[in-house]
Design a binder for this molecule. Structure first.
Ligand SMILES: Nc1ncnc2c1ncn2[C@@H]1O[C@H](COP(=O)(O)OP(=O)(O)O)[C@@H](O)[C@H]1O
Ligand SMILES: [Mg+2]
Length: 328
């Protein structure tokens, strides 16, 4: 029997949200004491208190920007809406924000740009053209200037789907490598909107991120899908051999307080991830649905709506959690 004073490497990796490689490196660097499992001398155990203390250590991000991807393998759960709303809240807070539409469905692009402003027949201006070496990254960026703030934006088009057919070994680490070496990045936050898939683009976004936020719709299937996401992130960390991408948290979206299933889903999620569920819950709100037709985020189209108020609260928590995690 493993005493609760000790913890296995697998458990420690899961608890810390890091890859086995990273764990081995930390154990070596910090000279963490180990003991042998009394039932199997080959298995090393670690002191639980020492591992818990590690979790309090801030994650170091050397660049100015913090990269945050909205991800969930299910469609229609509010990834795009939340990416736009969080980017807009960050911009309204006075931060310099880049929003990347990495979804071939291009819903964020359709929500923010008039037809004439969207990438047309050519590949130009989307992530695919950058990966092919045809467009420098900076030239992908379209500033969207609102009266109150600006969001810099990289649009998408269905052609981004071709990234899936490109060489994944090259594509998956591409954003990460670019972001890591982007010394003169002017951005505080980079948000990435993704499609519901396990494809190359989603991996590229996750691998390129410091943090992943996962909107969950209040039904059981969607809550079950969170396990897939945590596994996907662990695989991404195995690739980056680092503590990134870290799960920043789950939040419930399109919440209808009159529905019992919604309340049950929230309870299930909080029980499964006691530390990872944001307090803020985004209600189902018709103003949220309407805002794409006005080509502006909810904090501008309906700032007093329940949806806008909830997204402001979510952003405050997101920012606080990012700052706490990175010791900022
Ligand atoms: N809180 C909300 N209240 C009402 N409608 C919402 C809300 N969040 C998203 N929607 C709507 O639900 C649909 C799916 O949302 P979307 O953000 O596109 O999801 P995803 O990107 O995960 O597929 C869109 O029509 C969007 O306007
Ligand atoms: Mg979407």
């Amino acid at each position: 029997m493993v005493s609760s004073e000790f913890i296995s490497a697998t458990e420690a990796c899961e608890f810390l949200g890091i890859s086995p490689d990273t764990f081995r490196r930390i154990v070596r660097d910090m000279n963490l004491p180990t003991t042998s499992d009394p039932t199997d001398a080959r298995v090393k155990l670690y002191n639980r208190a020492a591992i818990t203390a590690l979790k309090q250590q801030p994650l170091i991000i050397p660049t100015r920007h913090r990269v945050v991807t909205l991800s969930n393998n299910k469609g229609g759960v509010s990834k795009t809406t939340s990416a736009i709303s969080l980017a807009a809240e960050a911009a309204a807070d006075g931060l310099k924000v880049l929003l990347i539409d990495a979804a071939p469905q291009a819903s964020a692009t359709i929500s923010l740009l008039d037809e004439a402003e969207r990438p047309q027949e050519t590949d130009h201006g989307i992530l695919l053209s950058w990966l092919k070496g045809d467009t420098p990254f900076q030239e992908l960026i379209t500033p969207i200037v609102f009266r109150q703030f600006q969001i810099d934006f990289i649009p998408s088009s269905p052609k981004n789907d071709q990234i899936d057919r490109a060489n994944p070994l090259e594509a998956v680490p591409a954003l990460r490598e670019f972001f890591e070496s982007w010394d003169d990045s002017p951005y505080d936050y980079i948000f990435i909107d993704t499609d519901p898939s396990f494809g190359t683009l989603v991996s590229m976004a996750q691998v390129g991120s410091h943090f992943v936020i996962c909107p969950v719709q209040a039904d059981v299937l969607s809550v079950d899908g969170t396990i897939q996401l945590t596994r996907q992130l662990q695989r991404a960390r195995n690739l980056t051999k680092s503590q990134f991408p870290a799960l920043l948290g789950f939040f419930l979206a399109r919440f209808d307080p009159r529905k019992r299933v919604c309340k049950e889903a929230l309870d299930t999620l909080r029980a499964a991830y006691p530390e990872s569920v944001f307090e803020a819950v985004i209600p189902e709100n018709v103003r949220v649905t309407e805002s794409p037709s006005q080509k502006a985020p909810i904090n501008l189209t309906a700032p007093d709506s329940k949806g806008a108020i909830a997204y402001k609260a979510l952003w405050k928590e997101v920012r606080a959690r990012v700052e706490r995690t990175t010791g900022a």
